[in-house]
Design a protein around this ligand. Structure first.
Ligand SMILES: [Zn+2]
Ligand SMILES: [Zn+2]
Length: 98
């Protein structure tokens, strides 16, 4: 583990923190899993550290697609921007949440 990459706890792939289209990569582009590390985006102050599964996607008013993650440990939900190199087939397969 270093500042520029992390190992995905779900699929085990190494993920670069530099992502096109977002300043703050918080999920794996291969399996879309995230980790419950933040209370507010980027603060890294959560004590939970559970895996956050991609449970669906939503469209914001401006049409931007966002992935909804839910923590498998505590149930916390968060919306995340889709990064430019996220696996589009994985994003396509997510159910659309209203
Ligand atoms: Zn992964
Ligand atoms: Zn959690």
């Amino acid at each position: 583990m270093n500042e520029n990459s992390f190992i995905c706890e779900n699929c085990g792939k190494r993920v670069s923190l530099r992502a096109p289209g977002t300043h703050n990569r918080n999920h794996c582009p291969y399996c879309l899993y995230s980790l419950h590390l933040d209370n507010d985006p980027g603060d890294r102050r959560s004590v939970c550290r559970g895996k956050m599964a991609p449970v669906g996607k939503m469209y914001k008013k401006d049409g931007e697609e966002v992935v909804v993650h839910r923590c498998e440990r505590c149930g916390f939900e968060r919306r995340n921007r889709v990064a430019g190199d996220d696996d589009v087939e994985m994003v396509d397969k997510l159910p659309i949440l209203l």
